[in-house]
Design a protein around this ligand. Structure first.
Ligand code: PNS
Length: 162
């Protein structure tokens, strides 16, 4: 059985993330979405809130065999603990490449048995990021095309926007 880990900040989850999840679901028997507890950037949502938002979004989407966890510390240690075959990451534009390349090769150095697998998001999401979504919502813009309804509502509550 092939299990993959899909890690990220998910602050918050977007339709771009869900698109990658659907694609990964076709390649692996089981997916574990791993929400990092301490992302590089100060998050808007707590780790538990981000995890709950992913779980709610998954209930709405037609994705099976997916579980959601939070993790802290090294990603590769989490991947080893869960005995995954691969770490899945979404790629949007060339701008993602440098960081992803660095991370994949570092992770390979730390454990050569775990592969990194990169999946292209659908073109319509290639510009989308959680940061852009937060900025648009905080300035009163409509983000309903970018995030599931539960995330839109949570952003409204968090940013005090109706
Ligand atoms: O959604 P993001 O912020 O691009 O995800 C980045 C993430 C969380 C996957 C990455 O920063 C990570 O794995 N952090 C955990 C600490 C770690 O293992 N760092 C070394 C990676 S080579």
């Amino acid at each position: 059985m092939k299990r993959a880990l899909y890690p990220g900040s998910f602050d918050p989850i977007t339709y771009g993330h869900l698109d990658v999840l659907h694609r990964a679901g076709k390649l692996f028997d089981e997916l574990v979405v791993a929400v990092v507890a301490n992302p590089r950037k100060e998050p808007l949502f707590t780790a538990e809130e981000r995890k709950d938002l992913v779980e709610e979004a998954l209930r709405e989407a037609d994705v099976s065999n997916v579980s959601v966890i939070t993790y802290s510390g090294l990603l590769i240690e989490c991947a080893k603990r869960l005995e995954v075959t691969a770490i899945v990451r979404g790629l949007r534009a060339m701008s993602d490449f440098d960081y992803e390349f660095q991370m994949a090769l570092t992770n390979r150095d730390l454990d050569s048995h775990i592969e990194s697998a990169f999946l292209m998001t659908a073109g319509q999401f290639s510009f989308l990021s959680s940061s852009i979504v937060k900025e648009v919502k905080s300035l009163g813009g409509d983000v309903s095309k970018f995030v599931p309804p539960n995330v839109d509502r949570a952003l409204g509550r968090k940013l005090n926007i109706s």
